[in-house]
Design a protein around this ligand. Structure first.
Ligand SMILES: Cc1ncc(COP(=O)(O)O)c(C=O)c1O
Length: 380
């Protein structure tokens, strides 16, 4: 059997035609397709504003900058995430204050957030790990009690929902998505900030294009005038029309992708239910899980040996994530004692990501489950 990656994009003829139409047009970078994609996101999520950019990392960066927090402010966040979540704080001289996670969901624990609130806390950034929404109402309650803005890193969770509401329309002041190829929908590279706050949307939109008050379409398009001003210190985080055209086509398929991911997750959970050395993933009450990744926890088994065995079988296992406080840049600049994060440490030491993407076939899922069972006999 050919090697199975842990994640993969799902691209069809409709996607190719959509991109090809832009390639045949006169406008490749931010043009008419970008606002079209933004309006499709707004309709899909049920939010007022979407600002698309060239990556989830850029989206996090401008979301944090939009809050305009004083340098040195503390922002409570999870250590069990991709570095980009926490890096967005460092870009703006803010201090990540880590709160431990919950074992079942791997999401930040609202009770641990409460313990980390200090006089210097100015915001909270939480991550919907693997596409599973956090306990958002509880996090919102804490934020409201302490008058803190909330950013939701939903880079894994486009299309997921919480208590019947799409992620991006729930409770965060700004929600950030990624459209990297392994994510729920893709634009090659890409991201978005969504919000119901018009001031945040306006600022985020300025920041993605140098802080200049007119985009290229306004300056060079059919109704162009020459004048512009730079009102914020922004960057070039623009999404191209090529990417946006792919987004316009991909977003139509979001729900079918999420359904496919849920089916695969159910299959894994059924096939692995009785395997004694594995804890399968758990879906919390009241959420539609996006299943960006499917993770298991190993019991009484060497993770390194298991990992090597699965790789040898051609199964693209992975580890999501090395807690950010273990990364050397963080060890130097944001030192913490890992013992203060017992759940993150326990999950990190035992976790394995299994392949999941909409086109993963039943025979491959069964093969992966068989390999896991075999690993139990070969690996200790
Ligand atoms: C939780 C999380 N936040 C942010 C990002 C950054 O997104 P991007 O790769 O689009 O920059 C990722 C990417 O994997 C992620 O997993």
């Amino acid at each position: 059997m050919e090697d199975i990656p842990y994640g993969h994009q799902t691209i069809d003829e409709q996607d190719r035609v959509s991109v090809d139409n832009v390639l045949k047009s006169n406008w490749l970078t931010t043009g008419p397709k970008v606002p079209e994609f933004e309006s499709e996101i707004e309709k899909y999520i049920g939010c007022r504003h979407a600002v698309v950019v060239n990556s989830g990392t850029s989206a996090l960066d401008i979301a944090v900058q939009t809050l305009n927090l004083p340098k040195g402010s503390e922002v409570i966040t999870t250590p069990f995430t991709f570095a980009a979540t926490n890096n967005a704080l460092l870009y703006h001289d803010l201090k990540p204050v880590f709160a431990d996670i919950e074992r079942e969901s791997r999401n930040i624990d609202p009770d641990r957030i409460r313990e980390k609130i200090s006089r210097k806390t100015r915001a909270i950034i939480f991550v919907d790990y693997a596409g599973q929404p956090c306990r958002i109402n509880e996090i919102r309650e804490i934020a409201s009690e302490h008058d803190l803005p909330l950013i939701e890193d939903a880079c894994h969770a486009f299309g997921a929902s919480y208590q019947g509401k799409k992620i991006g329309s729930c409770a965060a002041d700004m929600t950030v998505f990624s459209f990297h190829p392994v994510k729920p929908i893709t634009t090659g590279e890409g991201g978005a900030v969504v919000t119901n706050n018009p001031d945040y949307a306006k600022k985020a939109s300025l920041l993605r294009t140098h802080g200049i008050d007119k985009g290229a379409w306004d300056r060079f398009g059919p109704d162009a005038t020459w004048a512009y001003d730079m009102v914020e210190l922004g960057r070039n985080y623009r999404m191209t029309d090529i990417q946006a055209a792919l987004g316009v086509s991909q977003i139509k398929k979001t729900d079918s992708f999420i359904t496919a991911r849920n089916r695969i997750a159910r299959m894994y959970s059924d096939l692995l239910a009785d395997v004694p050395f594995i804890e399968t993933s758990v879906t919390m009450q009241g959420v539609l899980h996006g299943w960006h990744i499917y993770t298991i926890l190993l019991k009484n088994m060497s993770r390194n040996k298991f990992f090597a065995f699965m790789k040898k079988q051609g199964v693209g296992v992975n580890v999501h994530y090395i807690p950010t406080y273990h990364l050397s840049y963080y060890r130097r600049n944001v030192p913490v004692n890992p013992d203060d994060y017992p759940v993150t440490e326990d999950v990190f030491n035992r976790i394995i990501t299994l392949p999941i993407f909409p086109s993963l076939t039943d025979d491959k899922i069964e093969y992966i489950a068989e390999c896991i069972k075999k690993a139990g006999k070969m690996v200790v």
